[in-house]
Design a protein around this ligand. Structure first.
Ligand code: TTP
Ligand code: MG
Length: 375
């Protein structure tokens, strides 16, 4: 059951949530079980029931995966990206619904517009999450109030709940928004960052996927605190220099910055491979499926884009992005496919790849006065 209550948590030693001049204060807003919540909002009779949005389970024989599920369904062990056949075994009486991407995209747009109207620099990063740079709040207590206000505004406008993390940097804010889901606000100020992160499993840190988790386990590193205390030279020897930022983060220093991939009104999708890959065919087909998914959103909102950005995260946590602008705005998937495949080819080298992503931006829409998201 989604609790609409707002829980403000300070997991560390500091209680005043104060910030000295110049401290960055970043909010990460993430909608709770987004697709499932949207479905329950338009069909209130589903509230309180296990709801799974994804492929048709066909009585347990269905192929394909669950996109997401309600928190009631999570009690049965169902998770995003799980085969629906497995979800069906875990909870045959769940309500299985096909995804309605157009509708989710339009609800997302309303929410992003609402966040954009608050006047803080806004960085939407996916269909259900965005960062706000709330440094101008001046203190973590005021940023915590802003977080509660955002929850209320979103609830009033859409009937949906979200969780919010407030922290001195992007990465910690993202971990914090996930800390008290659903419906929570978690505030981690400068003094409490290290203590907040230390007991968490390393997998909680953005950038650590299944494979990296496994490798860290093999080195005896299970928690973020273990990582913080580990010899950096040994880590570099194993993972490369890309690990330095992660090690500093584990020590409470969150230097993550907004890059060109964030911050403008855009549509994006990315996927992390279970096992790092250098297989050009797998990379190419995965890129095509990301393009298809983004283009569905584009068509649903009747938008056209001009700029294609490909993101690649290599083994060793190094992330690169590369963009190409087309000669005109379009919604033709074939053109985005050609541009993204060309960019991807340019970014391939001997390194294996952990994650690829696609972003379409420079959006053109009928009423350009609506286009005020971002900074
Ligand atoms: P998430 O924010 O990762 O998940 P969520 O909002 O469903 O649940 P939570 O409360 O834990 O935040 O993803 C947002 C939406 O993106 C999700 O509702 C469905 C979609 N999605 C997929 O289609 N496949 C996936 O593997 C994941 C993780 C999400
Ligand atoms: Mg979410």
């Amino acid at each position: 059951m989604i609790s609409p209550s707002c829980t403000i948590t300070s997991p560390g030693a500091s209680s005043a949530f104060e910030a000295s001049a110049g401290t960055r204060i970043i909010l990460h807003v993430d909608m709770d079980c987004f697709y499932a919540s949207v479905e329950m909002q338009r069909r209130p009779e589903l509230r309180g029931r296990p709801v799974v949005v994804g492929a048709d389970p066909k009585g347990g024989r269905g192929r394909g995966v669950a996109c997401t599920c309600s928190y009631e369904a999570r009690k049965f062990g169902i998770r995003s990206a799980m085969p629906v056949s497995r979800a069906y075994v875990l909870c045959p009486h769940a309500v299985f619904l096909p995804p309605d991407f157009d509708h989710y995209a339009s609800v997302s747009r309303q929410i992003m517009d609402l966040l954009g109207s608050l006047g803080f620099p806004l960085y939407p990063v996916s269909i259900d999450e965005a960062y706000l740079d709330a440094s101008s709040c001046g203190s973590f207590s005021r940023a915590a109030e802003l977080a509660a206000t955002i929850q209320e505004m979103i609830r009033n406008r859409s009937g949906l709940t979200c969780s919010v993390g407030v922290a001195p940097g992007k990465s910690v804010a993202k971990v914090a928004s996930d800390y008290r889901k659903p419906g929570g606000v978690t505030v981690v100020d400068l003094l409490s960052v290290r203590g907040f992160l230390a007991p968490l499993p390393v997998r909680k840190v953005p950038g650590v996927g299944k494979r990296a988790e496994q490798e860290l386990f093999e080195m005896g590193i299970r928690t973020v605190g273990d990582l913080a205390g580990f010899d950096i030279q040994v880590l570099i020897g194993r993972f490369g220099k890309g690990i330095i930022a992660l090690h500093r983060l584990a020590q409470g220093i969150d230097e993550s910055v907004f890059d060109e991939y964030d911050g403008v009104r855009s549509l994006s999708r990315e996927t992390t491979f279970d096992i790092d890959t250098g297989d050009p065919d797998l990379l190419s087909t995965t890129m095509d499926s990301l393009i298809s998914a983004v283009c569905e959103n584009l068509a649903g909102e009747n938008l056209r884009c001009k700029t294609v950005t490909v993101k690649v995260r290599y083994q060793g946590f190094v992330t690169r992005t590369k963009s190409r602008s087309l000669s005109h705005h379009t919604n033709d998937p074939a053109q985005f496919r050609a541009a993204s495949q060309a960019l991807l080819r340019e970014m391939l080298d001997e390194r294996k790849i952990r994650l690829i992503g696609i972003r379409l931006s420079a959006i053109e829409e009928p009423d350009s006065s609506q286009m005020t998201l971002g900074v």
